[in-house]
Ligand binder design. Sequence first.
Ligand SMILES: Nc1ncnc2c1ncn2[C@@H]1O[C@H](COP(=O)(O)OP(=O)(O)O)[C@@H](O)[C@H]1O
Ligand SMILES: [Mg+2]
Length: 473
Amino acid sequence: MTSPAALAKQHVEETQQVLREYILRTRPGGVKGYDHDALCDLLEVDDPSRVIFEQGRGRQAVVRVFPVNPLAKMRAITLEDLVMDENGCIRIGSYYDGEPLRMRVHDPETGNAQRIIIFGTTGAGKSRALQAFLAACKRNGIVVHLADLKGGQSVPEAKGNVATHVRTLNEAMGLLRAAVKKAEDRFNRYADMGRSGFLINNPDRLEYVVIDEANRLLEKGSPFRAEAARLIKELGRTGRSVGIGIVLAAQAGHLDELGGSDTLRAMLKEGEVILLRWSSQMMASLVGDGLLPSGEFLQPIPKILGRARRIQRWGTPVDRSAEKPNSQGMCYHLTSARPTSMARFFLIGSLAPHDGYDPEIRKLYGSNAPPGEALRLIFPPPKEGGADSDDDFEYDVDDEDDLERLPETPKTNTDRILDALADGPLSEQDLLATLDEDGGKEVKRGSIRTTISNLRREGKIAPKDASGLITLG
Ligand SMILES: Nc1ncnc2c1ncn2[C@@H]1O[C@H](COP(=O)(O)OP(=O)(O)O)[C@@H](O)[C@H]1O
Ligand SMILES: [Mg+2]
């Protein structure tokens, strides 16, 4: 069988005859500005997507004119593409000259988990790119905790194919808190073992927190903006060296919309940044935010490939047949060795919408169970008199020891609560979770609250304090 790389090369050779090639050099001082449309006018090419501009080193740039945009037709992604190579990378697409576009999932040299952010405007192809990453994780034994904040609609096929799957902002916060806690636990455990880094699958698996539509959590007006930014930053810092990475897909005009610029900026600089089609105001801010070095210029990604600019005569009907966007998945991998080379993701699933799950995407995931265990989401105790924010909360057993402690005779709720607290203070949520798993009768929050009030009156539980935790008296 021909390897995917050979297939890509063959495809490129067949479709990408270069018609003309120009090497541009600037005067000392470098490129001051770059206007793709003006360049196309100069070259007398009426379809701007046929002209590929790539800034080279120093004062040099290459311009190539193709018969059609070389990325116009992509092959479908294969299962081989999704297998991690010796550098911990998967193949997710190709550059315009046929070189594979890689995404790093794991760094075998340092052991580090990655921090990846995928930016782009709506419909640019962020969620499809995530699906490839998610499927690759499943195929490579990497655990994924996913928040799909468009109510689960952005990456529907991921359901059942990831260890944790949540859909609301509130649950996403519970997920982030739990992931940060897990990272801290690993950190302490590794420190006790005298380990300085992460060893994949020895004994812990590599894990990723993946948030699609992360802007919904981080934008101004989000009730969780500050805490989410803090937790993501924390995960970016602590998680990386203990094998818990983070992947965000976001639509944002400015990093300020993502929880304040310095939160993510530091994280992104060392992470992987992929930029899909952007909106007009995004570019200046990406440079301003330091994601794109100033002096580097990116050829714009058009919404529609292969469209010539035409003037419209009065009275002639407008032909709208060629106005469907067809550049989805075109991108720049800003933190790769080729930040200014146009690239594109392979075809991931079908272009036509599906009534139900996309079978092509389901095939990428495979039908076995996903690796890892669901995170037990963490919620702060509800405020006094406030609404319960946790009604739809699901617990997952992740403490096997608890299963060993089945009581011989049914205990009273009072005893169960005091036993649960013997190991240290708990939030109401955690207390309920512990009681749910101690093998006793099912508990109701109302009756537990009453028992706790009684125990407080008896002095067996400490009075409420600012921490909101329930502590033995
Ligand atoms: N890599 C891809 N392969 C096939 N189709 C794609 C790809 N990327 C995007 N598309 C098409 O574009 C649509 C929008 O992509 P999506 O990933 O949902 O965009 P975003 O998440 O950026 O809003 C998809 O429904 C699909 O039809
Ligand atoms: Mg999306």
